[in-house]
Design a protein around this ligand. Structure first.
Ligand SMILES: NC(=O)C1=CN([C@@H]2O[C@H](COP(=O)(O)OP(=O)(O)OC[C@H]3O[C@@H](n4cnc5c(N)ncnc54)[C@H](O)[C@@H]3O)[C@@H](O)[C@H]2O)C=CC1
Ligand SMILES: CC(C)CC(=O)C(=O)O
Ligand SMILES: [Mg+2]
Length: 366
């Protein structure tokens, strides 16, 4: 009997469903004739779930995810829901809880710019003659996104608000381990990004990462950078980095910068992993593009589906143990883009194709 790879599809809002449809087409073609079956069910999440069921993360959606081996996620949020009470909005009421419920503390974001795509990068070609190949490891379930939030009145009666950033040693050590494993499979070089000249969480972060690497991975070259300098260095010379490791909010911001220097947010995929294993004894994970719902282009059929397609490839690698199929999809995306098939965000001189035409070109090259 054929094995079954079971995942839930949470397409979400805006361009989410548009790019998801194409990712599923590519995935099905890439898996055709293999010794396993794909089994997936679609569920509402985010704004779509608010509209259909009155809440951003219905229990039925969480239950379906619990019974699956992985989650393929689009993105959530948009203008339609941004006047709801903040705690009920799609990002805070669906995406962050999903990451927390499934303990997905490690977000892996590969920053890969094909040499043939340097025209789409805002960096000068001379600075990146061979493209870019770096990885951002972002802590995903701690820090200021998950700390206590408060709105209150000052003694003078002024409205005020605060968010709390906190980290425990164990939270830092487990993301350090993911960064170390990634570095061991690459250039054995890690830059840890913090703001240890100001933030107490960063002082703990730096001390913990240093001790962890010295004790467990002395062969890895570890450097520390303040986040403001890191943002500048990424634009100056991205290839001085290999693996970056950082806390939740810094990773969120730096990875958008990394996306644009690698051509477009529409190219940046991600895997969110925890310690949990799935029914296949492999990693349970949530796979999603780094970008959002792109309200400015949603509904036009022009979004770049590559980030979603490459996220599906990461799912094949980490949750289903099929590195061969992940590589096949990645090679087809690369070939299509390098052959000049480009959506508008990466077109720069090439005629822009639609979301579906981009996927068609990838399917032809599988
Ligand atoms: N993981 C998630 O669910 C995320 C959700 N969001 C939400 O998405 C909504 C829009 O957020 P923004 O700040 O505008 O960020 P965004 O990432 O949606 O868009 C930023 C810019 O990148 C472009 N872009 C993004 N993905 C693209 C793609 N696949 N192809 C071509 N162009 C693409 C957009 O058109 C826009 O110009 C907000 O509600 C936000 O909270 C934002 C980031 C992540
Ligand atoms: C809701 C946000 C934290 C999502 C986001 O911007 C991201 O994960 O990159
Ligand atoms: Mg982000």
């Amino acid at each position: 009997m054929k094995k079954t790879f079971k995942f839930t599809v949470l397409a979400g809002d805006g361009i989410g469903p548009e790019v998801m449809d194409q990712a599923l087409r590519v995935l099905e073609c890439a898996c055709k004739g293999e010794d396993f079956e794909l089994s997936y069910s679609r569920h509402d999440v985010g704004g779509a779930a608010i509209d259909s069921q009155g809440e951003a993360l219905p229990k039925s959606t969480v239950d379906a995810c619990s019974q699956a081996d992985a989650i393929l996620f689009g993105s959530v949020g948009g203008p339609k829901w941004e006047n709801l009470p903040p705690a009920k909005q799609p990002e805070r009421a669906a995406l962050l809880p999903l990451r927390k419920i499934f303990k997905l503390f490690a977000n892996i974001r590969p920053g890969l710019l094909y040499p043939q795509l340097t025209d789409a990068s805002p960096l000068k070609k001379e600075r990146i003659p061979n493209g870019i190949d770096i990885v951002c490891i972002r802590e995903l379930t701690g820090g200021i996104y998950f700390g206590e939030k408060k709105t209150y009145k000052t003694e003078d009666g002024e409205d005020a608000a605060c968010d709390t950033m906190s980290y425990k040693v164990s939270e830092i050590e487990r993301i350090a381990e993911v960064a170390a494993q990634t570095a061991m499979s690459r250039g054995k070089k890690i830059y840890s990004i913090d703001k240890a000249n100001v933030l107490q969480t960063s002082v703990l972060w730096r001390k913990t990462i240093t001790a962890f690497m010295e004790k467990n991975y002395p062969e890895i070259e570890l450097k520390h950078l303040y986040v403001d300098n890191a943002a500048m260095q990424l634009a100056r010379d991205p290839n001085q980095f290999d693996v970056l490791v950082t806390e939740n909010m810094f990773g969120d911001i730096l990875s958008d910068e990394m996306a644009v220097i690698c051509g477009s947010l529409g190219m940046l995929c991600s895997a969110s992993l925890g310690d949990g294993s799935n029914s296949l004894g492999l990693k349970f994970g949530l796979y999603e593009p780094a970008g959002g719902t792109a309200p400015d282009i949603a509904g036009k059929g022009i979004a770049n589906p590559c980030a979603q397609i490459l996220s599906a490839a990461m799912m094949m690698r980490y949750s289903f143990g099929r590195d061969d199929i992940a590589k096949k999809i990645e090679a087809a995306v690369r070939k299509a883009v390098c052959d000049g098939v480009r959506t508008g965000d990466i077109a720069f001189g090439n005629a822009a194709v639609s979301t579906k035409e981009m996927a068609d070109a990838i399917i032809e090259r599988l």
